[in-house]
Design a protein around this ligand. Structure first.
Ligand SMILES: Cc1cc2ncn([C@H]3O[C@H](COP(=O)(O)O)[C@@H](O)[C@H]3O)c2cc1C
Ligand SMILES: O=C(O)c1cccnc1
Length: 348
């Protein structure tokens, strides 16, 4: 295993198909631009999927789970055991993302990268165990190089599975108690922003809890101030599931598979992926604005306009899944509306 594959070129969106889709939208029976982002989404998907008839029918969701050593610092409202318990819940169908995936007819893959409370072999869970948890990054780097390589590769493997299933759209989700702390640390170093602009309530910390989280982040960032080069921010401050998301986003862009990004943690992974390979950005669509403090800052950094703002702050790919119906409607409008000529409607 190595990091070399990260540097393979990304696929190129098809500019001619984007132009044709834009021209087609202008012929449909509506004032130009009146369907707003439902128009631009269809145009973008046509160019990414390289087809005049884009579709979001076949959706693949991978939820990556991993525990975090920094949970020892008391930065989450919930105990670490929840990560492994939720892996079981994802597989047995009771989690929010399980219900959303079923409702959408989407394929749901759960990947266990290492949980302290290990649920073991379960049907519907791919085991790609790296270690029970990352190390506490207040004390030492979260991961070794070998662990980072394994996590990135596990994400790329999900994209291979999605492609084998003929997926048209890739959604990544995460589960890992304390991962809003890891994501805030990583985003802080990537954006040169103080932790106070990125640390939020996560699973429900009170204001005193958020202040404590900021002091933990300040300690971690002081320790890893030199970790600014290439993959070092991700290795020192990330999590197994965050690194898997980074690997998945880069692999999806290389494979030409469009990605719908979820919330705070996945957007941090997107930021890290774009920092490694700027061409990844073209393959990312942004589903929603999470209520987690700091998400708007991340979206701004990526120049991203999300589709929804529902006050959601769950993760698991739940925000991304909630936006899939809009993508489907955008595709249906693009394919199904009559042109001015077909309908005998006068143009301006
Ligand atoms: C029952 C439960 C289900 C979840 N599903 C996603 N998360 C979300 O909350 C965690 C991050 O928040 P923090 O950094 O505050 O721990 C992640 O696991 C995230 O996916 C959950 C959290 C809980 C408690
Ligand atoms: O926006 C998210 O992804 C999020 C926010 C809080 C907790 N878990 C996830």
């Amino acid at each position: 295993m190595s990091f070399d594959w990260l540097n393979a070129p990304c696929a190129q969106p098809d500019a001619a198909l984007a132009e044709a889709a834009r021209a087609h939208q202008l012929q449909l029976t509506k004032p130009p631009g009146s369907l707003g982002m439902l128009e631009t989404l269809a145009i973008q998907l046509a160019s990414l999927q390289r087809t005049p008839r884009p579709s979001a029918d076949r959706v693949w969701i991978s939820v990556f789970a991993g525990d975090h050593g920094v949970a020892d610092e008391g930065v989450s409202a919930f105990p670490q055991a929840v990560t492994g318990e939720m892996v079981r819940n994802f597989a047995s169908g009771g989690a929010a993302i399980s219900v959303l995936a079923r409702s959408l007819g989407a394929s749901l893959e759960v990947v266990n990268l290492g949980t302290v409370n290990d649920p073991g072999e379960i049907a519907g869970v791919r085991r790609a165990i790296i270690a029970p948890s990352t190390a506490n990054f207040c004390v030492e780097p979260a991961m070794t190089e070998a662990q980072l390589q394994a996590a990135l590769a596990a994400g790329a493997e999900s994209v291979r599975l999605a492609q084998a299933a003929n997926a048209q759209l890739f959604l990544g989700g995460e589960m890992g108690i304390a991962n809003t702390t890891s994501a805030a640390a990583l985003a802080s170093i990537l954006l040169h922003e103080p932790p106070s602009s990125l640390a939020g309530a996560g699973t429900g910390l009170d204001p005193a809890g958020v202040l404590h989280k900021v002091t933990v982040l300040e300690r971690a960032l002081a320790r890893h101030a030199q970790a600014t080069r290439a993959l070092e921010p991700l290795r020192c401050l990330g999590g197994f599931e965050i690194a898997a998301l980074v690997g998945a986003y880069i692999a999806a862009a290389q494979a030409g598979l469009p990605v719908l990004v979820d919330g705070f943690i996945t957007t941090t992974a997107a930021l890290a992926a774009v920092a490694i390979q700027p061409e990844v950005r073209a393959w990312l669509l942004f589903a929603h604005r999470s209520k987690e403090h700091g998400h708007s800052r991340l979206l701004r950094a990526l120049d991203a306009e999300p589709l929804l703002d529902l006050g959601m702050r769950l993760g698991e790919a739940s925000g991304a899944a909630s936006a899939v119906p809009l993508l489907r409607l955008a595709c249906a409008l693009h394919a199904g509306m009559a042109t001015f000529e077909q309908a005998g409607v006068s143009t301006a």
